[in-house]
Write a protein that binds this ligand. Structure first.
Ligand SMILES: *Cc1c(COP(=O)(O)O)cnc(C)c1O
Length: 347
């Protein structure tokens, strides 16, 4: 028996209340539609197994993942018939797996529709591409008789620019309406997080928020309605005094102008705290800001503790990671900021 490893010096604190309230706010903002939850990419980096039970407690019953293996990871937590697999069946083995497991494929191409029928078929969702030109059936495919043999639960499409006010939103909405008229289905869906704020005409029966569940704010209308959920926290491993002229980190991009007290924290770019935070980010404790000094290394980051004498080795600090502001500050999208967070965090 190997001994249990010690507690990690790195954790991703997840605020369950914020996650629950965010889903409930998005569900309310969805009006007559119900909000599902996108939990692909391991729950946007927070841990799908960590977020699914919290979302279920909030009232969410439908979930979306991209890959079949992502569905398998939450199989014991969910009703498989309420999990849509967005990539659909690329190979026969995917369709066989869908039938064996009960997960619902999203049919994106005529070939996928044929595969699904050959494997035995059953209830599925359908994705129609109305202008993002990424994955999904074209409007012109909808006359194909293969599609009319499917039992379609959710007929969905995906908005390319819901975070902006551009004519494409209305164009896509009209094409989605056309698709709804062309192919029999039980329920319809168009809006992601940002799309929910485009109004009731964009809601259909089910909305599909992802980002905003986890604290992302893709449109200003959501400011004040969405709370921060994920907080990267790490322990200070060493505290040292440095003097004027001393450099910090690789290539000494920070050089002290005076004597300083600095701390080395167990969080680095291998954890998703990327080099864009070098000489740019802040960590914080009780609202006190601790600037990042020098380059972020693979496994550690140095911060200024000059104004935080109370902090010592073994104490914890939190990276400033409020998504809209962090995105502006470092240039990564709010989606990237979440999904880069690595496997070393205790979640
Ligand atoms: C990822 C995804 C969503 C969620 O989008 P957000 O912008 O994160 O709210 C919804 N629908 C589809 C098809 C997706 O791929």
């Amino acid at each position: 028996m190997w001994p249990e490893p010690p507690r990690s010096a790195l954790r991703l604190a997840i605020d369950d209340d914020a996650l629950r309230l965010n889903w409930q706010a998005l569900d309310r903002l969805s009006g007559a539609a119900s909000a599902a939850a996108a939990v692909k990419a391991d729950g946007y980096g927070l841990g799908a197994r960590r977020v699914v039970p919290v979302l279920q407690n909030a009232g969410c019953t439908s979930f979306l993942v991209a890959h079949w293996r992502e569905a398998a990871q939450i199989a014991d937590l969910v009703d498989p018939g309420n999990v849509s697999v967005l990539h659909g069946p690329l190979h026969r083995a995917d369709a066989d797996y869908a039938i064996a497991s009960g997960f619902k494929p999203v049919i994106n191409t005529l070939e996928q529709a044929r595969l699904w029928n050959e494997a035995g078929g059953g209830i599925c969702d359908v994705m129609v591409d109305t202008g993002i030109n990424r994955l999904g059936l074209s409007l012109s495919d909808l006359a194909d008789e293969t599609l009319h043999t499917l039992s379609v639960d959710v007929l969905m499409s995906h908005l390319a620019s819901a975070d902006e006010d551009v004519p494409l939103n209305e164009t896509q909405r009209l094409r989605w309406q056309e698709a709804r008229a062309a192919l029999p289905h039980r329920r319809s869906s168009l809006a992601n997080s940002a799309g929910i704020m485009l109004g009731a005409d964009f809601h259909g029966d089910i909305t599909r928020p992802g980002l905003a569940l986890y604290g992302g704010i893709p449109r200003d209308e959501l400011v004040g309605k969405i709370r921060q959920v994920a907080r990267p926290q790490a322990a200070i491993m060493q505290v040292r005094a440095i003097g004027a002229g001393d450099g910090v980190g690789y290539n000494s991009t920070f050089v002290a102008q005076k004597s300083m007290r600095v701390g080395t924290v167990a969080l680095g770019y291998a954890d998703g705290y990327l080099r864009c935070w070098s000489d740019n980010g802040f960590m914080q404790v009780d609202g006190k800001l601790l600037p990042v000094l020098g380059r972020v290394s693979m496994d550690m980051t140095v911060i200024d503790l000059s104004d935080a004498r109370e902090l010592d080795e073994g104490d914890w600090v939190e990276a400033q990671y409020s998504l809209p502001e962090a995105s502006t500050q470092c240039g990564l999208s709010q989606y990237e900021l979440l999904t880069v967070l690595g496997q070393r965090f205790a979640r």
